[in-house]
Design a protein around this ligand. Structure first.
Ligand code: GCB
Length: 595
């Protein structure tokens, strides 16, 4: 699915701004047909944003169920005759959409886009109404999973197994855009090298009659460096300028669709970074050179706007990451806004791209292991075939959306699932196979939580890279960093022995209350966080198979309330307001020195 774009044959209009919102705790809007008229008893709501923290109202923050969004807009008369598409970049976790009185789209999954051809339902030259009912319920069949419970007084409460607040709403831009009726519907690029020559394999998919496709590749100065005719082909760029970590060099592929008389019907511009990714033995190679990941696990999270995309915060976060010397991050624990990946492409930042499959583990709740009897994660009554189908679809939509981003070097198809229960293999084998079928150019991985020793893992051999989240010195032995160092090293050496694969530590860290200081490092102090990270770094530096370190977390973030969390998760090396804790300076020293 191509993103909306302005150009000679296309026009787009953002539907961002203030919409109307009405929560529907009773769940009556669908039967009463709330889309048929202006929403009664509605309030203004900014789009994009989560709705949860906008109002000082616990019933809004903790709402479970349908939230009705509505806006109206004028559609230019000149759009008559064009194909008009309505696109939501994300609606968390699912939505049904009406244009005027007609249902036009329904989508499951909170972090990937969906769209509908609404040409037949809109009136150009008139005001039109768009209504979206956005539902935030997590169930055994959703990704991520969860369970809705009823409290004794009849109110419903959402329970979930992941450690971040269940923000909901229209988190990303909404677009109305045009394309010609016969149009370019998708573009795929795959890049490689032949010596100093860049090789760009491309495929242009078009709707409608077979027409002629022309592609032109221009360098960053706008000079054409290669061209070809045909919907599928290969372009060669002598003396190519590769895309590389720290050097986000992009070419632009312009695809043009013409009719038999040469009249241009449609055009689309696709940025292209020429680079390769390969796992060889215990190395992770970008452009044939060993790459070491330095960076963070992140969240799309900020005060007030929740998970709503915000360019101000995005640019600031990238600037802070650069300040620390980070070269990469993981989109923990869901696909991020496409704007973020574009930014990473342009700035040479490396991305591990993750699905929203987090919390597939009934023995852990947000990093914290439950004590007592192990329960069965995968079963007919919990995570089973329905979740697996949703998960497969989430992988398909992620790859379809992000396949052309050079910054994306690795797919992470789940965070900390149950990987020990034998059923885990039946669950994950088809998912890993599907990810590989969809994209043979990038490695595939899942993120492992400490559930057992490496030989007890039922799934690691299905994947290319070992991604480990480890909390020695925090959840395990929070008062003994010397023991943490020994245990971490012993465990990592077991992984090295057992698997011929590179290892990236995708989480390690400690909750830290900013401003809490201590001469003797003790949990929650800034000194403890700094020292814990240094302990881990000493171990990483002793083990060649460790090809990356991503600290948990970039910044403090909101979670569900609970006794393990003080106003959210405090493992950020920046506060939620993005002020550095001491650890940020020590990371900066380490990561900048390594350049
Ligand atoms: C984890 C999870 C992450 C949590 C983190 C923690 O293992 O992957 O989502 O936030 O631990 O801080 O407990």
């Amino acid at each position: 699915m191509l993103r909306p774009q302005d150009g000679p044959t296309r026009e787009r209009r953002s539907l961002g701004g203030l919409w109307r919102l009405r929560l529907d705790p009773e769940g009556v809007g669908r039967t009463e047909g709330w889309w048929r008229s202006p929403l009664a008893a509605a309030v203004d709501i900014p789009v994009p944003a989560s709705y949860n923290d906008i109002f000082p109202d616990v019933t809004v923050r903790d709402h479970v169920g349908d939230a009705w969004y509505q806006t109206s807009m004028w559609v230019p008369a000149r759009w008559a005759g064009e194909r008009i598409v309505l696109r939501f970049d994300a609606a968390t976790h699912r939505a049904t959409v009406w244009v005027n009185d007609t249902e036009v789209a329904a989508h499951e999954g909170g972090y990937t886009p969906f769209e509908a051809d609404v040409t037949a339902h809109l009136r150009p030259g008139a005001e039109n109404r768009v209504t979206a009912v956005v539902n935030n319920e997590l169930t055994w069949g959703s990704i991520p999973p969860g369970r809705v419970e009823e409290r004794p007084d009849g109110r419903r409460a959402q329970r979930y197994f992941h450690d971040f607040f269940n923000y909901a709403g229209l988190h990303r831009p909404v677009w109305l855009y045009t394309t010609p009726r016969t149009h370019i519907s998708d573009i795929t690029v795959v890049t490689s090298f032949e010596g100093m020559t860049g090789v760009v394999g491309y495929r242009v998919d078009c709707s409608g009659e077979a027409n002629s496709v022309h592609v032109s590749l221009r360098d960053a100065s706008g000079t054409e460096v290669a061209a070809a005719i045909g919907a599928v082909g290969t372009l060669r760029v002598p003396d190519v300028h590769p895309w590389a970590p720290g050097d986000g060099y992009l070419y632009e592929l312009e695809a043009t669709l013409s009719d038999t008389s040469g009249y241009v019907i449609d055009g689309y511009r696709q940025p292209v970074g020429v680079r390769t990714v390969e796992v060889r033995g215990k190395q992770f190679l970008i452009n044939g050179t060993p790459f070491y990941f330095k960076g963070f696990g992140k969240h799309e999270d900020a005060a007030v706007r929740g998970r709503g995309h915000d360019d101000v915060l995005m640019v600031h976060d990238f600037a802070l990451m650069e300040w620390t010397g980070a070269n990469s991050f993981r989109t923990s624990h869901y696909p991020y806004a496409e704007e973020v990946l574009d930014y990473a492409d342009r700035h040479g930042v490396v991305v591990i791209d993750e699905t929203a499959a987090v919390g597939l583990n009934l023995n852990i709740a947000g990093g914290v292991f439950k004590s007592g009897k192990q329960v069965s994660t995968f079963s007919q009554h919990t995570i089973g075939e329905t979740a697996q189908r949703t998960h497969l679809q989430a992988i398909r939509e992620l790859v379809a959306r992000d396949k052309n981003h050079p910054s994306v070097v690795l797919w992470s198809i789940a965070n900390e699932p149950d990987n020990v229960q034998p059923e885990a293999r039946d669950y994950f084998a088809p998912l890993a196979a599907e990810a590989r079928r969809l994209d043979s150019t990038r490695p595939v991985a899942y993120v492992n939580a400490l559930m057992g020793s490496p030989d007890q893992c039922a799934v690691t051999d299905l994947f290319d890279v070992v991604l480990l989240n480890r909390y020695y010195g925090w959840y395990f032995g929070p008062d003994d960093l010397a023991a943490a160092e020994t245990e971490l090293e012993a465990e990592l050496r077991q992984w090295v022995e057992q698997y011929d694969k590179p290892i990236v530590i995708t989480e390690y860290g400690a909750d830290t209350y900013p401003g809490l200081r201590s001469a003797v490092p003790s949990p929650w102090t800034e000194e403890y966080q700094t020292e814990l990270l240094e302990v881990y770094h000493r171990v990483f530096d002793r083990i060649d198979a460790v090809v990356g370190e991503q600290v948990w977390h970039f910044a403090d973030f909101a979670t569900a309330p609970g006794v393990f969390r003080v106003d959210g998760n405090k493992k950020g090396v920046f506060t939620r307001e993005r002020r550095p804790k001491s650890a940020a300076f020590s990371l900066r020293t380490r990561w900048r020195k390594a350049d």
